[in-house]
Ligand binder design. Structure first.
Ligand SMILES: [Zn+2]
Length: 413
């Protein structure tokens, strides 16, 4: 290898004999460099059994995109040798610069992953790299599959199951999150029991990893509970406090809507524009919200009674321990079932039916709040990627950004 340019590129590509650069074709007008690589021996190892075999022939010329050289798009071209093994037949030899079936070199993929992770959106990232949507999605898929194959599930002990709307709210996806490490383990379409079983089996793929789970935060949705009880035999179900707050909020809103109608018929518009003030939780309330609430509570309204019930349920979560919490629940329940506000009675009865899972909060102290944080990240993925035509692309993108996976290919040095 006397040509210094060839040696230079061999070094840059980490090539070892018998692979060598045999031509460098610089196309200034296209800002492009093409590097031709040859295999300089008549024997090679069979890619299946590693036995040394004769080379039968070479594949048609293939090409890979490599890292740009000083703003010149850099392409590697090669005809790959094919071995003729007595045991395995004709096989194409693996090349050291790329994974099987990839049209990019390992170094390019590693670089593209860093850019796609750092970019504001998939579109911004792929434009920086000069990639089509299809190529960017392919690199993401390969990275996620590589990361999933290497992922360690043995330390997962507390998880959250959380549903999310997909495609303009017409359908749902369900996520399995590792609450301790703040990562998404798996995503499946739908939120049925079958979907949830699939989610637990894919996200925790061994019997041992499912056996080790101690607690699961979830909504009071029977499909999630049934699948969990069946597959995670040691896990306590913990009903998520944010979902419960949402049920209480919805009940307050039902009371408000009915009362608003009645009051309007009498020419009283005092409930107009009060919805958000009633639904806000205490830490997010502004002075304006507080003034509206003060005004409502000064009157004997059904809505203010419903609101007071919702608010006082916070005391349950703030209890020092399970024994206190149980006492608080009993008092609250007695008040709620006598309040004569149908939506509130309905939620109170539902909470009582699920009391075991509510009380488990005091044993594990977990909520889906971590998942909520991930959810906002997922929301921005959805918003920034101009919609995902297929669920699969959406899943890959979520796991790429929120899975905390080892995405980069291994590059020999
Ligand atoms: Zn072989």
């Amino acid at each position: 290898m006397s040509n210094p340019l060839f040696s230079h590129y061999s070094l840059l590509l980490n090539l070892e004999e018998p692979w060598r650069v045999s031509a460098v074709n610089l196309q200034v007008e296209h800002s492009r460099v093409e590097i031709e690589i040859d295999y300089g021996e008549s024997k090679a190892c069979c890619p299946q059994c590693s036995k040394s075999c004769c080379i039968k022939d070479h594949s048609p010329r293939r090409q890979w995109r490599h890292l740009d050289t000083m703003n010149f798009e850099t392409i590697i071209k090669s005809r790959i040798p094919r071995t003729n093994c007595d045991d395995c037949g004709v096989k194409t030899v693996a090349v050291p610069w790329a994974d099987k079936h990839s049209r990019f070199t390992l170094m390019f993929e590693a670089f593209a992953i860093v850019v796609l992770e750092a970019a504001r959106s998939l579109d911004a990232g792929r434009k920086l790299l000069g990639l089509s949507w299809g190529s960017a999605n392919t690199i993401i898929k390969r990275a996620v599959d590589r990361g999933l194959a290497l992922r360690d599930h043995t330390e997962v002990s507390r998880v959250g199951i959380d549903e999310k709307s997909f495609l303009k709210g017409h359908s749902y996806i369900t996520l399995l999150n590792d609450l301790d490490q703040g990562r998404v383990l798996e995503v499946v379409p739908e939120r049925t029991e079958v979907a949830c079983r699939d989610l637990l089996i894919k996200g925790l793929p061994t019997d041992w990893s499912r056996f080790k789970v101690e607690a699961v935060a979830m909504d009071m949705w029977p499909a999630f509970r049934n699948a969990t009880e069946d597959l995670l035999e040691n896990a306590d179900i913990v009903y998520d406090r944010y979902h419960i707050s949402a049920y209480l909020g919805e009940a307050v809103d039902l009371v408000r809507r009915a009362e608003h109608k009645t009051l309007l018929a009498q020419g009283d518009s005092s409930l107009t524009g009060t919805r958000y003030s009633l639904l806000r939780s205490q830490p997010t309330r502004t002075e304006k919200h507080q003034n509206i609430l003060d005004r409502l509570c000064g009157r004997n309204l059904k809505t203010s009674r419903a609101w007071a019930l919702k608010e006082s349920f916070q005391e349950f979560w703030n209890a020092r321990n399970g024994a206190f919490a149980e006492g608080i629940f009993r008092n609250w329940y007695g008040w709620a079932v006598r309040c004569q506000l149908k939506p509130m009675v309905k939620v109170a009865k539902m909470l009582k039916r699920h009391l075991g899972g509510l009380m488990n909060y005091f044993k594990h102290r977990i909520t889906n709040a971590v998942s909520e944080g991930l959810n906002s990240k997922i929301q921005s993925i959805k918003a920034s990627a101009r919609g995902f035509r297929s669920f699969e692309n959406y899943r890959y993108r979520i796991l790429f950004c929120c899975g905390k996976l080892a995405l980069s290919p291994k590059i020999a040095h």
